[in-house]
Design a protein around this ligand. Structure first.
Ligand SMILES: Cc1cc2nc3c(=O)[nH]c(=O)nc-3n(C[C@H](O)[C@H](O)[C@H](O)COP(=O)(O)OP(=O)(O)OC[C@H]3O[C@@H](n4cnc5c(N)ncnc54)[C@H](O)[C@@H]3O)c2cc1C
Length: 541
């Protein structure tokens, strides 16, 4: 028998809980098959990600295997390539073969979440870390350990200060929780360094465009409490400021401030999933617009829930539900019921949930909590509430046991700062520079070849304080080849004249290219000869 498919896109809170409810509701409807598509084979409990960065939870403690949560659902661990609403198909990107997989559906559920939007800010994509999923948490933790370890032996005071300066952009609860956990972790690392890192050298910034922390989630008094706690622990909070550009050397804010640093993490602004944006479906603020039954407006077989959906809030038609797990879980329940009701020809339910409150962890066994709109708790009690509530909500008994053990161990044994590197190899990296910044100095090691995507770079030498320009290079031109071809240090300095995007090719990969592509090698060698000659003339040699 050809089964009728209910395809759920996304395995986060909204997707997993929709599938859980549908597994139960459709247990007797053998003609229906539940299919869930997700990039990963696990579900991540995002509210606990900050604890992974800080190390109070182990890397896999907050994730649950989807197969175990959804035993009756077919799981496709694939990227979604395209969706055809008219022909009711979803195409999944090829994986181990070159063939895509086409899924036909009777009902489709969009639960794809949102993403941090790096497109609107220059340099963010290249130089800032997002903080959204497990791999982001792991990458940030590895990076923090790298810069802290490097700072211990760094002799150059300017570079050392950059290594010990950290910028988090976005003071919503993910940014606030992250900065709190990071601060605890970095301070503890400094303490364990036996005087090799002085806690006074550490600068941690939280940059927030609004005038108070977690302004959308909690009331002013609790925001101020959180601010006081973080400031007292040494976090610099900059209100009314926005990150407008990022480079390998600094974070640039809209008020003209430049924070020299090697760590930028951006939790804002968030944007809809790009797949959702590309569809011919009604959108509001780039999210799929639904009615209160979670049905996408004008479509009886298209549903949406969670962060990618614009679901009207119970108390106001013009306001959407906030993008929180609390809402996603409850929307999923109503959505599953309504798909079942559609199949059975029964009455659908409307989504009338209003928030139970919000909890935000502030590290060091403290938190803020606002419950049922009137109960406000802060400090240790709120922290205890935060842990208990999230622990109860963790899906799966085994996960609960793991998390409880990790928390217990964390209280008894000092944390370890071990990196879990995955040996990633990236041949080409995109970098962004702002005017006045230096890409490399004369005398530096030749480690990369650079190709200008956009912008202007000046190559120059300096003798006794006098600058002599060798070349001004623009779009499509390359530089940095001399040191690589001749295996020596840089013979000139490369400085940025205009806001520039550059491709950086590692020395080893440059070597592989020139030894295999004869014409490329000849062109680069010719360029190198011309530039060496010009350089010599300028030096009067
Ligand atoms: C750090 C952090 C802390 C948070 N803390 C809290 C909190 O304390 N309380 C609270 O209520 N909320 C919190 N939230 C918000 C909450 O986690 C989200 O609102 C919730 O996860 C939304 O669920 P979702 O199912 O809509 O999206 P998600 O949970 O983001 O799931 C989307 C899923 O879709 C998959 N996906 C996306 N695109 C594709 C594609 N092209 N192909 C295949 N799969 C795809 C992703 O892999 C992901 O698994 C936090 C969020 C973050 C990032």
């Amino acid at each position: 028998m050809n089964k009728k498919n209910i395809v759920i896109l996304g395995g986060g809170f909204a997707g997993i809980y929709t599938a859980m409810h549908l597994e139960r509701l459709l247990s007797k409807q053998k003609e229906y098959e539940l299919i869930l598509v997700n990039k990963e084979n696990y579900f991540v409990y995002q509210p606990m990600l900050a604890e992974i960065v800080g190390g109070s939870l182990g890397i896999v403690d907050s994730v649950s295997p989807i197969h175990r949560l959804l035993p009756k659902t077919s799981l496709h661990i694939r990227e979604i390539d395209s969706i055809d609403i008219n022909n009711k198909t979803v195409t999944l990107a090829p994986q181990f073969s070159h063939t895509p997989l086409i899924l036909h559906y009777e009902h489709i559920v969009f639960a794809l979440g949102n993403s941090t939007d790096f497109r609107s800010t220059r340099g963010l994509y290249q130089h800032a870390f997002p903080f959204k999923n497990l791999s982001d948490a792991l990458t940030i933790r590895n990076h923090l350990i790298s810069v802290l370890e490097a700072s211990i032996l760094e002799k150059d005071p300017i570079l050392r200060q950059k290594l010990l300066t950290f910028v988090v952009a976005g003071g919503g609860f993910s940014g606030t929780e992250l900065v709190a956990e990071m601060n605890d972790f970095i301070q503890a690392f400094a303490k364990r360094s036996r005087g090799r890192i002085n806690p006074d050298e550490i600068d941690i910034y939280l940059v927030h465009s609004k005038e108070r922390l977690m302004d959308r989630e909690i009331s002013e008094s609790l925001s101020r409490y959180a601010e006081k706690i973080l400031r007292s622990r040494g976090v610099n909070i900059l209100f009314g400021a926005k990150l407008i550009s990022a480079t390998p050397e600094d974070a640039i804010l809209n008020n003209g401030t430049r924070i020299e640093c090697k760590t930028i993490i951006a939790t804002a602004p968030s944007s809809a999933n790009s797949l959702v944006e590309s569809l011919d479906l009604p959108l509001e603020k780039k999210r799929l617009k639904t009615d209160r039954t979670l049905q996408v407006i004008g479509k009886t077989d298209v549903w949406a829930a969670g962060d990618c959906a614009y679901v009207p809030l119970a108390k106001s038609e013009n306001e959407p539900c906030p993008p929180t797990a609390q809402f996603a879980i409850r929307q999923a329940k109503v959505l599953a019921h309504n798909i079942y009701a559609s199949i059975q020809g029964k009455k659908k339910k409307t989504f009338n949930f209003t928030s139970l409150g919000m909890l935000g962890a502030l590290g060091h066994h403290s938190a803020v909590a606002e419950l049922f709109g009137c109960i406000k708790v802060s400090g240790l009690l709120a922290w205890f509430l935060w842990r208990s509530l999230y622990w109860v909500k963790l899906p799966g008994f085994d996960r609960k046991v793991r998390v409880a053990f990790s928390w217990l161990i964390d209280m008894l044994i000092p944390q370890e700062s071990v990196q879990l590197k995955l040996g990633e190899h990236q041949a080409l990296a995109e970098v962004h520079y702002e005017p006045g910044e230096i890409i490399f100095h004369e005398g530096d090691a030749g480690d990369y070849l650079y190709i200008i995507i956009d912008g202007k770079i000046e190559i120059y030498t300096e003798r006794e304080g006098e600058k002599k320009s060798i070349a001004i290079l623009g779009k499509g031109e390359i530089f940095g080849e001399q040191a690589l071809l001749n295996e020596r240090t840089r013979s000139a300095t490369a400085g940025c004249l205009e806001s520039s995007d550059i491709l950086a090719l590692k020395k080893a990969d440059f070597g592989a290219l020139i030894s295999n592509l004869k014409e490329f090698r000849e062109k680069v060698e010719e360029l190198e000869r011309e530039r060496t000659l010009k350089n010599k003339k300028l030096r009067g040699m």
